[in-house]
Ligand binder design. Sequence first.
Ligand SMILES: Nc1ncnc2c1ncn2[C@@H]1O[C@H](COP(=O)(O)OP(=O)(O)OP(=O)(O)O)[C@@H](O)[C@H]1O
Ligand SMILES: [Mg+2]
Length: 462
Amino acid sequence: MPRESLERLLRRRFTLPLLIAGVLLLMLANEMSYLRTVNALRGGIALTDARIATARVLQLLTDAETGQRGYLLTGQAEYLDTLNQAKIELPKATPQLMDFLTSTGASGQADALKIADAISAKLSELDNTIALQQAGSRAAALTLFDSGEDKRHMDNLRSIFEGKLSQAASLQQDAREFIYRTLWLNRAIIAALSLILVIGLYLHLLQLRRSDRERSERQQLLEAQVRERTLRLQTLAGYLQTVREDEKSRLARELHDELGGVLTAGKLTLARAQHRLSADPTMAELLAKVGHHLSEGIAMKRKIIEDLRPTTLSALGLTTALAILSRDVSEQLGVPVRAEIAECHFSPDVELSIYRLVQEALTNIGKYAQASEVWVRLKREAGALQIEIADNGKGFDTANLRVGSHGLDGMRFRIESLGGSLTVVSGVGQGTRIFATVPQQFNQPAAVALDQNLPPSPMKPA
Ligand SMILES: Nc1ncnc2c1ncn2[C@@H]1O[C@H](COP(=O)(O)OP(=O)(O)OP(=O)(O)O)[C@@H](O)[C@H]1O
Ligand SMILES: [Mg+2]
């Protein structure tokens, strides 16, 4: 079969119904041929039984005749035993024959009547001759015996039986041929249907393989599309993240250079004014207030700059910056933040991502957790950096997040774009644990507890 025709055939989903129809047809053909064979066999067995019964009846009649003849010729009583025995057996043998004949229709019924008449005529003729002999009229008995009446009855019976026997033989032959034909037909039908079933099964398997192949091709195509789009989105998100951080840095620089310059100049000018106007207590008090406001402005500027671009990170490194962040959050929230942070160094981009991750997790704890204890851990394990931020607060249902929340997504994105993974474990009333793994080669010393001897926080007012 040419390839295209086979392909077209396979595209049609008909083989399964065809297979089911084939199996049903096979069962039907088998059942029908079984019934036909059983019927034919039953008929054949009935014919055999009838033939046996016919032969038996004939045999008994011949026995009776032999007994009669022996008794008439010798006068010995033992011949009568043979005759009587045959007369006892005959009523047992005839009903089966009669039943068979009457079951074969009107002509069979007529034959049954004829046979019954002939048998009873033969028996009464036998009885008559025996009675004459026993009454001492041997000559009369022999005359009756020789009259040919007896032979006529027997011939008549024999001819009816032979007719029936040859009819039975021909019926049996028909039945045998019918059985052979049925068996042959059955064999042919089963062979043909089996062949069709095998072909159908083969086609069905081909269809299954083909649809499996198509499904897996479709799946691969979809997966490739998803991979490609995910990559694009990651690239775009990464670009946006970088732009955002760059923009924050630019803002921080401008705040530092421009606003910082202005505030510092204001402070200097104020110092000169205080020097000159120190004699006037009212002015001195007013100027002190202005100085206080300026200091607050400078502190606020520092805090904003620190939020925009954590200067501790670039100046002191990730380990110290995180320790300072933990300490600041602890002070802000009024709960202990247990920081256990391994000494580690990465490129500035990676350090910033890790810093932002911890920062967002701590911000969330401050916003939602109502925790009484917080843990921040960074440790090296199996060639990777393991980050854990945990709290014993009220927790949340991770499957049911508020629409418009981006903090957790941002964390995950940052970590995944470093080739790592992030897991959030939480439940209502069970606290929250955020685990992140970042693959990295390390050659730094082991983890140290960091909550003492830290440099002053840049978040503190100057
Ligand atoms: N430590 C925590 N304890 C309790 N709930 C938390 C905690 N961290 C996060 N959540 C819950 O998870 C939600 C999602 O947090 P996510 O940081 O993604 O968004 P957000 O903080 O609501 O908004 P965004 O960070 O975008 O400003 C929060 O709204 C809060 O209900
Ligand atoms: Mg958040």
